[in-house]
Ligand binder design. Structure first.
Ligand code: F3S
Length: 413
């Protein structure tokens, strides 16, 4: 692999042992994928900031790096941790577990990582621009950065993201290369579905397309309009049920102003028509349980935006969450602060719902709660929580989720 003079200085250890090791990992990764060079990145985002992911090995690695004087070389943010840093006792997190997460927070802080604790770093202090190269992990953030912003990052693994942060570079292969970003499989929505596309179809469609596309890049034709939050929900579901790290929505995302642009002038390897029946089928698959009493409701996956906080406050205004239900809204500290300023948090909390900040149902140990049935509007939660939280899952629209929290019951749609 060709290295620049600066990279050779890193390679010889002139800039320190952490950088030397990090570069070695990145070069090995690049060689495995046939990369001929590294590319400088504008930012990094770390997924092993969570104790659930990093574990004791992560604490050992971070401790050693800090002792060696490691500092990140580019703007670097942290994914959700395994605790709500100010309310972990309210969520019944064991004290020794919280202490381990707090230790990781201290070590990342000493390396210069910005403690955003969010899967939506682009709503805080890590906002990429079109065409920039990044070194990000966190599947939902990667797919958003690539697809909705048009920045360029592969889906890095835990610790490879830290290597990228330490040297400010990644190997140049995959989604960093313009010719590897074209749509490969074309999903065509039938006109009836296009004309009547409901809000909760976005995570449903993402879940379906993730399963069908696998690791191929999907192009979607027939979605007439989509909000920031709908694109966020779509991508997170596609990245969870499949390995989608980039999608093109024709007429909506920036590298798909036309169908021809989305496909890079090529013929798709497969065309898949989708209609109302396919959406109905996948919605049914996303619910693993039968209807009945509910004990936990999860919204805000990926972390809720300010618009979503306003929406939840509107739905909860003057209402009361059922005494047998925990309604937890996941978000980050930046959105929380603004939502509090705007009065949304007061409305939400007065109704008996809780904000879960800097973490989520999937990242926290929830065994002490004994939950049996979760209701969610998130395709990613629907994919993971039956395993991570061990509950049945009912997938529903945001309105139906809030209604379930109020009545204490949910039905399969
Ligand atoms: Fe974020 Fe947790 Fe969902 S990390 S994308 S809220 S599973």
């Amino acid at each position: 692999m060709h290295l620049t003079d600066d990279e050779r200085r890193i390679q010889t250890g002139e800039l320190g042992e952490p950088q030397r090791l990090a570069l070695r990992v990145l070069v090995k990764l690049g060689e495995a994928y046939g990369a001929e060079r590294l590319v400088e990145i504008r930012s990094a985002h770390l997924v092993a900031s969570s104790y659930q992911i990093a574990g004791e090995a992560g604490i050992d690695i971070y401790t050693q790096l800090v002792e060696q004087g490691a500092r990140v070389a580019v703007r670097t943010t942290s994914d959700p941790g395994s605790i709500d840093f100010s309310r972990w006792r309210d969520f019944k997190t064991p004290a020794d577990y919280a202490a381990r997460q707090l230790k990781i927070a201290e070590l990342l802080d000493r390396m210069g990582v910005i403690p955003t604790w969010t899967c939506t770093p682009y709503t805080t202090f890590n906002v990429p621009r079109f065409g920039e190269h990044l070194g990000w992990s966190e599947s939902s953030a990667v797919v958003f950065a690539n697809s909705v912003i048009g920045a360029r990052t592969n889906r890095l693994a835990a610790y490879v993201d830290l290597c990228a942060a330490l040297v400010g570079r990644v190997p140049y292969f995959g989604l960093h290369m313009p010719e590897r970003r074209r749509g490969e499989v074309l999903f065509e929505l039938d006109p009836e579905l296009s004309a009547n596309f409901a809000d909760h179809y976005f995570p449903g469609l993402g879940y379906l397309i993730g399963k069908l596309a696998g690791d191929r890049i999907p192009a979607i034709l027939g979605v007439r309009e989509a909000s920031f939050d709908q694109l966020k929900a779509f991508g997170a579901a596609a990245a969870a049920s499949g390995s989608v790290a980039l999608y093109h929505m024709v007429g909506i995302t920036p590298e798909a102003r036309t169908l021809e642009e989305a496909l890079g002038g090529h013929t798709p390897v497969e065309r898949i028509p989708l209609g109302r029946q396919e959406i109905a089928n996948v919605m049914a698959q996303m619910s693993t349980g039968q209807g009945g009493p509910v004990d936990v409701v999860g919204v805000g996956c990926p972390h809720a935006s300010l618009d979503q906080m306003r929406r939840y406050a509107g739905l909860l205004h003057g209402k009361q969450v059922h005494p047998g239900v925990q309604l937890w809204i996941c978000t980050n500290t930046v959105v929380e602060a603004m939502a509090r300023t705007m009065g949304y948090v007061e409305t939400i909390e007065r109704a008996g719902a809780k904000l879960m900040v800097g973490t989520c149902h999937n990242d926290c140990p929830l065994g002490a709660w004994g939950f049996r049935r979760l209701v969610t509007d998130s395709g990613k939660f629907a994919y993971y929580t039956p395993t991570t939280v061990g509950t049945e899952c009912i997938f529903a629209s945001t309105e139906a989720c809030i209604e379930a929290a109020i009545t204490g019951r949910a039905e399969r749609s």
